[in-house]
Design a protein around this ligand. Sequence first.
Ligand SMILES: CC(C)(COP(=O)(O)OP(=O)(O)OC[C@H]1O[C@@H](n2cnc3c(N)ncnc32)[C@H](O)[C@@H]1OP(=O)(O)O)[C@@H](O)C(=O)NCCC(=O)NCCS
Length: 144
Amino acid sequence: MRWWDIDVVNPLEQELFPLDPWSIDQWWRELAQLHNHYFVVESAGELCGYAGLSISGSDADIQTIAIADSFQGKGIGRKLLNQLVARSRELGVTYIFLEVRSDNTSALSMYSSFGFAEISKRAKYYPDGTDAVILRRDNRESSP
Ligand SMILES: CC(C)(COP(=O)(O)OP(=O)(O)OC[C@H]1O[C@@H](n2cnc3c(N)ncnc32)[C@H](O)[C@@H]1OP(=O)(O)O)[C@@H](O)C(=O)NCCC(=O)NCCS
């Protein structure tokens, strides 16, 4: 992902995370950080998904991952997550962390199939009172 993708990502962000979308300023800040790695996926020239990883030594955080509504359920999220995991492994990351809404069954199922396991919960973390689940993947134990 590059700065010129922000104008396309921004409306997708509003649709996919209506309660707490990132602002355009936040996207610029994310892309400016050298330890962040952002990707987009395109289908027939149309940007249909995006995801980002933030690396800190041997740890990484998945900052976001999202696929446009009409492209969901076609294996694109899995490909993007695979890309994030692959990049983290190239950079010598041991643990990948992320937080996800406790009611986000699709994402939870995808993460679980990639070897992410719950390590804690943050009660009422999201603006609507939903809990956050903190997941962690050990790159030494899960493959690829
Ligand atoms: C979560 C998300 C990224 C998954 O992307 P996707 O392209 O739809 O997912 P894929 O088609 O690659 O499927 C990957 C896995 O997700 C899970 N999944 C996807 N859709 C699902 C559904 N409707 N119900 C249950 N599990 C589902 C499955 O485990 C699936 O693996 P499988 O096909 O082997 O069963 C996508 O639904 C999304 O963008 N949601 C809105 C934004 C969001 O919630 N992001 C996550 C924030 S933490």
